[in-house]
Ligand binder design. Structure first.
Ligand code: ADP
Ligand code: MG
Length: 238
C-alpha cells in the first residue's frame, strides 16, 4: 500500500479485494457441491451420510461468504421498485419450510399495494438473516410472525418471535461483527441486515426480553409516496 492513500481509498481497495475473493471462492464451492452430489448416488449409506454433511458444510461456507461480501460491499447494485407483498410471498416460500423443519411456524401477513425502493435480493437476505435468528432461538412451539403495513408514509415491517430472547447486554452487542453466542454462528447476520437496511434508507430497532422473545421493527420510506406526489403535482393547474 502507498501510505499516502486516503483512508476512503484504502477502504475501497479492501472492499473491492474482498468482493473479488468472495466471488472467486464461491465458484469452486459450487462445483465441489455438484460433484459430491453426483458421487453420493454411487455410495453406500454410510458414505452418503458423510456426503450430506460435506454438502451442508459447503452451503454454510457459501452463506458466510455471502454475508461477508455484503459486509465488505453493502452498496446496492440494482435498485428497483419492490412490491412488498410479492417479495414477502417469496420469502414465505423460502423460509416457511425452514421454520417447520425446526419444529416451529412462520407466518407472514402483508398489506397489499405497498412499494419501496431497493434491491430485492438484498432485502430478502436481510429478512432471511432475521428469520434464521428467530428460528435458531425457537423453544417448544416456536413461532415467528412477520407483518407489513403502511403507517404514516412508511412501510413498517414487524418481526416477532417467542424465542429465547436477549438481555440488555446481549442486545447492546447486536450488530457487532463476529459477535455470536452460537457454537456455529458467524456473528455476521445482524450486522449485514443492519447495513442493508441502512443503504435502503430504512431504520431498524430491536426489542427483546430474555425468556419471552424478540421484536424487530423496520421502517422504509414508501415508494408509493413519490408516485402519488408526482401524480398530484401533474394534476395541479399551471
Ligand atoms: P449468529 O446468528 O451467527 O450468531 P447474528 O449476528 O445473526 O450472528 O446474531 C448475533 C447474536 O444475537 C446471536 O448469536 C444471538 O445470541 C443473538 N440473537 C439475534 N437474534 C436473536 C433472536 N431473534 N432471539 C434471540 N437471540 C438473538
Ligand atoms: Mg444469525
Amino acid at each position: 500500500f502507498n501510505l499516502s492513500l486516503e483512508r476512503t481509498e484504502k477502504l475501497k481497495i479492501i472492499s473491492d479485494l474482498a468482493a473479488s475473493v468472495a466471488h472467486e471462492v464461491r465458484n469452486p464451492l459450487q462445483v465441489t457441491r455438484g460433484f459430491l452430489q453426483l458421487l453420493s448416488k454411487k455410495e453406500d449409506a454410510q458414505s452418503q451420510d458423510y456426503i450430506t454433511i460435506a454438502v451442508s458444510e459447503l452451503d454454510r461456507a457459501a452463506e458466510i461468504i455471502t454475508d461477508f461480501l455484503t459486509f465488505a460491499k453493502p452498496e446496492l447494485e440494482v435498485v428497483s421498485r419492490l412490491e412488498l407483498c410479492d417479495l414477502l410471498d417469496q420469502l414465505e416460500l423460502i423460509m416457511g419450510p425452514h421454520a417447520s423443519m425446526h419444529g416451529g411456524r412462520l407466518t407472514i401477513v402483508s398489506e397489499e399495494g405497498m412499494a419501496i425502493m431497493g434491491s430485492a435480493s438484498k432485502l430478502k437476505q436481510a429478512l432471511i438473516n432475521l428469520i434464521k435468528n428467530s428460528v435458531e432461538a425457537f423453544g417448544e412451539e416456536g413461532f415467528v410472525e412477520l407483518t407489513a403495513r403502511a403507517e404514516g408514509g412508511e412501510a413498517v415491517l414487524r418481526l416477532k418471535d417467542n424465542g429465547e430472547g436477549m438481555d440488555k447486554e446481549l442486545l447492546a452487542k447486536l450488530g457487532v461483527p463476529y459477535f455470536s453466542t452460537k457454537t456455529k454462528g458467524t456473528g455476521l447476520g445482524t450486522m449485514v441486515t443492519m447495513r442493508i437496511i441502512e443503504v435502503m434508507n430504512g431504520s431498524i430497532v430491536f426489542r427483546s426480553e430474555k425468556g419471552k422473545g424478540t421484536e424487530v421493527t423496520i421502517r422504509f420510506p414508501l415508494a408509493g409516496d413519490i408516485a402519488a406526489a408526482q401524480t398530484a403535482a401533474a394534476a395541479l393547474p399551471d
